[in-house]
Design a protein around this ligand. Structure first.
Ligand SMILES: C[S@@+](CC[C@H](N)C(=O)[O-])C[C@H]1O[C@@H](n2cnc3c(N)ncnc32)[C@H](O)[C@@H]1O
Length: 272
């Protein structure tokens, strides 16, 4: 029977491993989330307790299992058209101000999780920025989670995931699944073709080929400590065009960080 101290040490072990690999800090109180998310990994190996699972990781350092573990614990929650005012800002303010007659632009969804965010950007542009139909534009979508990225690249979603989209978009932008795919919807190819997916750890060493008019970096920073947030934002800013915009999640804030961006309104920042 594991003692309370053993159990606390196991949670600390997991929390520290996840922090080392992803910089996501699973705060105290996330024990329930850890237990729920790692249940599948434990069953996969035939372990009955978290202690056994941790002992396995401690003794083998199994790299594949570490990747699975980080995948299971990094929160991939997302939604189509999440925090919708950002999409309005994109089409009504950001792009008209920045793009002018150039007829080309790039947007970065960093992190994109399972793809709802980059596809929402593409749907919204198609609906509300029709000028762009013949223009040269691309959405770069990146995430550290290979599992999330695989889902994103497939662009196949269960019907209930589409609930936050207007009904008439379902037919416009998705193919309804038949037979084995009954109850699933696949994003149509012209939309998928606008999005380029890549596995990137935003805290690691990476580079991007392009500069971006707008970067969506939403609902990830809450997991990071302040120095990590500052480092991340300064790195992202290097990839913004002059006067380009950084959008962060509504529950996030960059107040007090030493960054070269000015806050236009909560969650919307502009490169100085
Ligand atoms: C809650 S989702 C946010 C998705 C989307 N931006 C949104 O607002 O709905 C957070 C995502 O951040 C990703 N993530 C966490 N740490 C990361 C890192 N260091 N580099 C890249 N992506 C990371 C996770 O894999 C997860 O998919």
């Amino acid at each position: 029977m594991p003692t309370q101290t053993d159990e606390a040490a196991d949670y600390d072990f997991i929390i520290n491993l996840v922090y080392e690999r992803s910089r996501i800090r699973l705060h105290d109180g996330k024990q329930q989330l850890i237990r729920a998310r790692l249940g599948k990994r434990m069953r996969h190996h035939g372990f009955e307790t978290l202690g056994q699972y941790c002992d396995y990781l401690r003794s083998t350092g199994d790299g594949d299992e570490l990747t699975h573990m980080v995948d299971a614990l990094t929160t991939n929650y997302t939604q189509f058209l999440r925090e919708r005012d950002h999409f309005d800002f994109l089409v009504n303010t950001a792009l008209p101000k920045l793009v002018g007659n150039r007829k080309r632009f790039n947007i970065w969804s960093a992190p994109c999780a399972t793809g709802e965010e980059p596809y929402s950007i593409a749907f919204y542009l198609s609906e509300n920025f029709p000028l762009a139909a013949g223009w040269d534009w691309r959405i770069h979508a990146t995430d550290v989670s290979t599992k999330a990225l695989n889902t994103a690249q497939k662009g196949v979603y269960q019907e209930d995931r589409l609930a936050s989209l207007p009904q008439d978009w379902w037919r416009k932008y998705f193919q309804k699944g038949q037979r084995d795919y009954e109850g699933y919807y696949r994003v149509k190819q012209p939309i998928i073709d606008r999005v380029q997916f890549k596995n990137i750890n935003l805290l690691g060493n990476y580079t991007m080929q392009d500069q971006f008019e707008v970067i969506f970096c939403r609902n990830m920073m809450i997991y990071f400590d302040r120095p990590t947030q500052e480092q991340l934002v300064n790195r992202l800013s290097q990839f913004l065009v002059p006067n380009g915009y950084l959008l962060i999640g509504h529950s996030e804030s960059l107040n007090g960080l030493n960054i070269g961006l000015r806050c236009l309104k909560p969650s919307i920042y502009q490169k100085a």
